[in-house]
Design a protein around this ligand. Structure first.
Ligand code: NAD
Length: 472
């Protein structure tokens, strides 16, 4: 693309495959937005061959040259921010406002800039007069990037920015639910990058599977469900690919007895309901002591009542629909399981099935059995179970009782005490008095079945390089 699209229509025209493509509908209204290319495994092979051919020259450029291009890419994104946010809102469903579409496009630019700025120098390990040993990082080759539908642009940038910075070329495969957003993102980025350094292949699961088993893909960056992560481990085994796996989560939050319910309520709310709950590291189970239980529930109900949900392009809305019917069904099933188990629905839980779109109302569930499926499974939607606890040990044991460990949070007026509790939680990140706030300078990754490998910061760059020791 030679010129940056200045309007939504120009942006869509740059990526729309026409009526031969796969129809993509707005999850809020059911209206057709556009058509995604039906790329085949031959198209994937061509993209990988082109990215393979482009890699040596890209890898030979200096870090400074590649960083400068990342900075220019951030400028290009900002120049197209409004049309990108509109397409993202229509396709993903997330509102323009709140921590949603405009926020996501802004985060893409921030991550590109931050990734351009990290220093990864050669590390002198030993230099004692007899031995001189350094650790350095070389490009890996061609990176396959596979992303989900919840934060399609931002997660794609999380994968491709450090990969490109380290001298790799990238073939990215967006989720089949949100291909247009990623195609548009890459069209804008490719107005800056040299040819074939970044390629997109739009396809369904088989394309992801072919990418993760392809002999010329050297590393896979994957963000998505634990079930798919397991398949990627299997399909990449033959070629021993390097993997970074950011998988599912079921993040706990523990409120301590000294917290102020009203003061923390809005941050608790957004910790759980950011992107209408469709966030890997969202607060998905909230543990509250007996002494504060009623006050925390009341404060959350109060905040929930002030947060409008509706069609994303309407400026007043800050919560949107579920992105797809399958996810809507998961949330509906889990809230029904909570009701069947005798839990009390404080607000929500009763979707209007006559309304178009996959809207599920903001739902807060109290007095729920800790073993109820709404607690033990990942809901990935706008339904938060609030679980009562008597002793802190009991809450920590419950927080650690699941087989995933992405994020967690501790809420307290005493940060030192909160940090002590945090150290006992089995998660990759534990936030204090907040939940899910990511920062390009701070490494992020899961433990247990939430995956392995770190993204962001210098640690993230290392994950996209081949460590090489030169000793002698
Ligand atoms: P998903 O696993 O269904 O799909 C993710 C991507 O994998 C899509 O592009 C899909 O086409 C592709 N894919 C599907 N089958 C494949 C296969 N066999 N081989 C290769 N690729 C394949 O996940 P989703 O439903 O899009 O996303 C929701 C899940 O992602 C949730 O569990 C959520 O917690 C998780 N998630 C994790 C993070 C994180 O950073 N840990 C971030 C966002 C989402």
């Amino acid at each position: 693309m030679s010129q940056l699209p200045s309007t939504y229509a120009d942006l869509l025209a740059a990526v729309d495959a026409g009526t031969d493509g796969r129809e993509i509908r707005d999850p809020a209204t059911g209206e057709t937005i556009g058509h995604a290319p039906r790329d085949t495994t031959e198209d994937l092979d061509d993209a990988i061959a082109a990215a393979t051919a482009a890699q040596p020259a890209w890898g030979r450029r200096s870090h400074k040259e590649r960083s400068d291009l990342l900075l220019r890419a951030a400028d290009a994104l900002e120049a197209c921010a409004e049309p990108l946010a509109e397409l993202l809102s229509r396709e993903q469903g997330k509102p323009l406002n709140g921590p949603n579409a405009r926020f996501e496009v802004g985060a893409c630019a921030s991550w590109l800039r931050a990734t351009a700025g990290f220093e990864l120098e050669e590390n002198v390990l030993v230099d004692d007069g007899e031995t001189h040993a350094v650790l350095r990082y070389r490009p890996i080759g061609v990176v396959g990037a596979i992303s989900p539908w919840n934060w399609p642009m931002m997660i794609s940038v999380w994968q491709l920015a450090p990969a490109l910075r380290m001298g790799n070329t990238v073939v990215t495969k967006p989720s089949e639910y949100t291909p247009l957003s990623v195609l548009a993102l890459c069209a804008v980025l490719n107005s800056v990058f040299p040819d074939d350094v970044l390629r997109v292949v739009s396809g369904e699961r088989e394309i992801g599977s072919a990418l993760s088993s392809h002999p010329d893909i050297d590393k896979v960056m994957f963000t998505g469900s634990t079930a798919t992560g397991r398949k990627i481990i299997e399909s990449s085994a033959e070629t021993i690919k390097r993997l970074t796996l950011e998988l599912g989560g079921n993040d706990p939050g523990i409120v301590l007895e000294d917290a102020d319910p009203v003061a923390i309520a809005e941050d608790l709310f957004w910790g759980a309901f950011i992107n209408t709950g469709q966030t890997c590291a969202a607060l998905k189970r909230l543990y509250v002591p007996d002494s504060l239980y009623d006050d925390v529930c009341a404060a959350l109900v109060d905040v929930a009542g002030k947060m409008p949900m509706g069609v994303g392009l309407e400026e007043e809305n800050v919560l949107g629909p579920l992105q797809n019917k399958a996810q809507y069904d998961v949330v509906d099933r889990l809230v029904e399981a909570a009701k069947d188990g005798g839990a009390k629905v404080l607000v929500g839980g009763n979707p209007d099935t006559d309304q178009p779109g996959f809207f599920y109302p903001t739902t807060l569930v109290a007095d729920i059995d800790p073993d109820n499926p709404l607690v033990t499974e990942e809901q990935f939607g706008p339904a938060l179970p609030i679980i009562r606890y008597s002793t802190l040990d009991e809450a920590i044991e419950a927080a650690n009782s699941v087989d995933v460990g992405l994020g967690a949070s501790v809420w307290s007026s005493d940060p030192d005490r909160a940090r002590e509790v945090a150290a006992r939680i089995e998660s990759g990140t534990i936030w204090i008095n907040g939940h899910g706030g990511v920062d390009p300078r701070i490494p992020f990754g899961g433990v247990k079945k939430s995956g392995y490998g770190l993204e962001f910061g210098v640690e993230g760059l290392k994950g996209l390089g081949l460590p090489q020791v030169i000793s002698g």
